[in-house]
Design a protein around this ligand. Sequence first.
Ligand code: NDP
Length: 509
Amino acid sequence: MATAVSESVRTYQLYIDGEWRDATGGDTFPSINPSNEEVIANVPKGTREDAQAAIGAARRSFERGEWAGKSLRQRSEIMLKAWKYLTEVAIERDWAGIESADAGVTLRLANLAHVPTALEHFRSLAVQGGEIKEYEPLPWVDMPAVAWNFVNREPQGVCGQIIPWNFPFMMACWKLAPALVTGNSVILKPASNTSLTALELVKALDETGLFPKGVINIVTGPGASVGEEIAANPDVDKVAFTGSTEVGRRIMQLASGTVKKVTLELGGKSANILLPDADLDLAIDGSLLAAFWHQGQICESGTRLLVHESMHDEVVERLIARAKEIVVGPADDLESGMGPLVSEAQLATVKRYVEIGKQEGARLVLGGKQPEGFDKGYYFEPTIFDGVTNDMRIAQEEIFGPVLSVITYTNTGEAIKIANDSIYGLAGGIWSQDIPEAISVAKAIRTGTMWINDYHLLNDVSPFGGYKQSGVGKELGMQGLLEYTISKHIHVAASTKRSDRFIWDTLLP
Ligand code: NDP
């Protein structure tokens, strides 16, 4: 597809070993604004060699220990200074505007929630990192010998961090902050569709002068080369990835060659359950937020709406009426509740699934097409299928677009069974006025996060991550921070006498 080049096309570079440089070979690729299909920036097309250079720089920096050798508290204090600088430049550099132009995040969302929340998570993870116990004494033991034991918590080492295109700035903060405060050296690889705010973030961190060279590196470029090098390279100790389950499986495979630690935050097909006593004034809007926020391009979206048969007709009628009020339009228009999908490829995926839904016999009751009135841009209408059964592909496969499947159930046990009948287990929602009942349903669902009378609200202290094929490990909170550390057990013998070491007698006379 032809793309126009606007006057303000920015050009970026890779950041390796404390220096900004072009990709080996000098290739770049365009970043396209999904609202109008204009090129907004040229991004270096990093190569395997660039990834290797960044990994080498990270390894050397880790071994020099200028960053890893500081205490958690010292690093936490430095990170807070860095955060202060980030908050000073965020507005003047218009990170929300760049995110909106690059990723199609509506300005309403980027300004009000996404960029400020990501920065707040950066701050909070820096603070919580300082509270990790560096030394953790263990109970005194006298078997097999009298000894004092403790755990020393250390950084994993070199961490490769591969992030997706849906919330690029947030994902960059979620990856960099916990890895850095715990003393690791990192190589960040943004998604090729949306590299800009991660590059802006690293640029600002570089300007602080607070991080020794090689501790932070960013290499943009294709997943098939840069991403695979990061996942397979023996000098990388841990890979943290957010993206599709398919690529997550591939990363796990590549990482297994050197038994790297992995954390994977993958796909979802979350069930959002309206119990018969749900307050529909709240639950209808909440269910639309669950399904259509950021055009449905969120891993934990509530894409399967489970509705009790007693309320089915009223729910569907009200969903349609309210969804019709969502304004679809350019991401930089403050009127827009939904912007475009991230790319032409993602638009094609969504269209394909709408056809699959129709062929499977689901009833299309809203949307299902691109809205009229746009010559350019990857817009798609909020789309609702009714009469969906859980065995349909539109109920089992992640679509990652504004497509909601309504599934009817007859009793709560059946709703739980349907919710659990998925390869995924990332999140879910329950709407009910009976909180103890809602909690017991939440506990029965095999999924990493459940919201009761709310949706999408992740926070800085609660662990986020999937069951089943939705992932491995957690992000955010203390659990997320500890994923970037490794525990060393240190045993100190309490006695200096040979006679207190009877175990030795099993070998020696
Ligand atoms: P991917 O999983 O392909 O991309 C996520 C990241 O992985 C990107 O940085 C990508 O780089 C990189 N990558 C791709 N292939 C490899 C590889 N072989 N080795 C290492 N890294 C790799 O997501 P897509 O963009 O292809 O989207 C496809 C589907 O993934 C969506 O429809 C959605 O279902 C799901 N998805 C889930 C997300 C989540 O938050 N869980 C986020 C985004 C997508 P590059 O961009 O250069 O290809």
